[in-house]
Write a protein that binds this ligand. Structure first.
Ligand code: TXA
Ligand code: MG
Length: 327
């Protein structure tokens, strides 16, 4: 589907709406964000209301450039600048000690703030035009699958937002990697398509550690509840070797299933839809959420998903599939 990129006039108007305390959904390279002026208490209250999000959950503040970091963070460690130089604009969020003006509505009452410079040209232009921090969680209802197209946002939030900027399909497809640099030791709070290996290449390995494993990711971010990112239809994860058994079980139970697998479709009476997914992690991530939405609409009793490889490149995807399976 061809999408029309918003022109400068449309982006200026969107920025004016943000300044007036309105909500603007905009594309980023990861997923669509639901933007609000991060310095405006009323706008943040509206944001939480529309998302249906508990107010103890912090939101990421999106910035146009690295020189704005010091306005939003109390201290910016060297490691932050090193990562920023290599990975921003891009799918990475840094957690730093917050500056004193950052409100509890942004920080979730913690003494830290999440900051990110997205690379999508529409997001960057909007942020430049706006000139300050834009708080933006993913533009979905709390606990649901994140939107990767303007149509997804429309479906989910419709008239509740003042404006939806359409920047086409998101090129990364899952949310940013969150790296906490606010404490003694750096920690990955949410895995994404920027892997631990890439981070280690820039910062070196953590002291006293052999190679970091994907399991070392600590899901400590307050918003990373285990039931996040879930379709309404329940999802069950199976290893490749158990896929056949999973289908046989569905047959025994007379269940209808929708399948997402690396394999070519198998003809089987219980399967209502079979989506063969790419065996390349970047390509898989790009279609993951739209596939979940599509399979959610098939009237299946449940979704069967084949587990991806246990490799660093897949850790963000595996994380989202596990959360979807917990929904
Ligand atoms: O890719 C992304 O990060 C997208 C796009 C729109 O930028 N945004 C996104 O936002 O995924 P959201 O709100 O759906 O998820 C933000 C996550 C939550 O798990 C939240 O708990 C965590 O970031 N987070 C934000 N600020 C934090 C902080 N100060 N400390 C710990 N975790 C934080
Ligand atoms: Mg989200």
């Amino acid at each position: 589907m061809a999408s029309v990129t918003p022109d400068s006039e449309e982006i200026k108007n969107a920025s004016t709406l943000l300044k007036a305390g309105q909500l603007v959904a905009f594309p980023t390279e990861t997923v669509y964000g639901l933007g609000a002026d991060a310095s405006n208490a009323d706008a943040l209250a509206r944001l939480y209301r529309v998302k249906g999000r508990p107010d103890t959950h912090p939101v990421i503040v999106h910035l146009a450039s690295v020189d704005m970091l010091e306005k939003w963070a109390k201290t910016v460690p060297d490691e932050a600048y090193k990562l920023a130089e290599k990975l921003w604009p891009g799918p990475m969020t840094l957690i730093l000690k917050k500056a004193s003006h950052v409100s509890d509505a942004v920080s979730g009452g913690q003494d830290t703030v999440g900051l990110r410079i997205p690379s999508h040209p529409v997001a960057l232009e909007l942020l430049k035009e706006f000139g300050s921090g834009v708080a933006a969680p993913s533009a979905n209802r709390h606990g649901k699958v994140s939107p990767t197209s303007a149509a997804h946002v429309k479906e989910e939030l419709g008239d509740l937002v003042a404006k939806i900027l359409d920047g086409g399909s998101c090129s990364v497809g899952i949310e940013s990697t969150i790296i906490d640099l606010s404490g003694q030791e750096r920690r990955i709070l949410r895995p994404g398509m920027i892997t631990i290996e890439e981070i280690e290449k820039i910062l070196g390995k953590k002291k006293g550690k052999a190679k970091a494993k994907p399991e070392e990711v600590v899901p400590r971010a307050p918003g990373t509840l285990s039931s996040h990112y879930a379709p309404s239809t329940s999802l069950k994860l199976f290893s490749s070797s158990n896929l056949g058994r999973a289908l046989a079980t569905a047959e025994n139970l007379s269940m209808k299933v929708a399948v997402m697998s690396f394999r070519e479709p198998i003809t089987c009476s219980v399967v209502v839809t079979w989506r063969q997914l790419p065996d390349n992690a970047d390509e898989y991530a790009r279609v993951l959420y739209s596939t979940l939405r599509e399979l959610d609409d098939q009237g299946a009793d449940y979704i069967i998903a084949e587990e991806p490889p246990q490799e660093a490149a897949w850790s963000g995807i595996l994380d989202r599939l596990r959360r979807a399976a917990n929904g």
